[in-house]
Design a protein. Structure first.
Length: 186
């Protein structure tokens, strides 16, 4: 994964800047080391490769100079993965990454993994990621991040699915803050 990260970052930093709401499409290959015993991409590898694509998106939107100058770092706090089709060894695939919404604390990313199809790409998986930027003093409010990027528009309205997932993630966060056990059935 380190090699993927090191290969993706220079190109992303040198490419034209994206707007905050622009989608980034990155291309990848499923290497044999990405696969499990079923000879398809391991379920955890989707999250790792998705992380590389999110870093490329952050670089393209101009966040990297802010990481260095302000001491910010990205932190993922929740993820939801849905698998639709397997990605076989050596298969090429693309990931479309976009910021789907934000609130006062979190940015919500949507990433769609796609395989080439006969005409249109075929979805293989979809990841929703809730993340924030942490500074020296703790989480950086999304408004501060957006102002630093020169963006002053509103958050896109989350889809019904994303809104439900945000509600669930917040419920889980509150339960943990209240000291509820990890096992919600207990």
């Amino acid at each position: 994964m380190l090699f993927r990260f090191l290969a993706a970052l220079p190109g992303a930093l040198a490419a034209p800047r994206l707007g905050m709401l622009d989608e980034l499409r990155t291309t990848h290959r499923c290497w044999p080391s990405d696969c499990d015993a079923n000879l398809h991409m391991n379920d955890g590898r989707y999250l790792s490769v998705g992380g590389v694509a999110r870093v490329a998106h952050m670089a393209r939107t101009g966040l990297f100079p802010l990481f260095r100058s302000r001491g910010w770092r990205p932190v993922a706090s929740a993820a939801d993965v849905r698998y639709f089709r397997e990605i076989r060894p050596l298969a090429r695939f693309a990931i479309r990454t976009r910021v789907a919404a934000w609130d006062e604390k979190y940015f919500y990313f949507e990433q769609v993994f796609e395989l080439p199809g006969g005409g249109a790409p075929v979805p293989a998986a979809r990841i929703l990621v809730r993340g924030l930027y942490r500074g020296r003093g703790g989480p950086v409010p999304t408004g501060e991040v957006l102002r630093a990027l020169g963006f002053d528009g509103p958050s896109p309205a989350p889809s019904a699915e994303l809104a439900s997932w945000i509600e669930l993630a917040e419920l889980v966060r509150r339960r943990k803050a209240d000291g509820a056990p990890d096992n919600p059935g207990s």
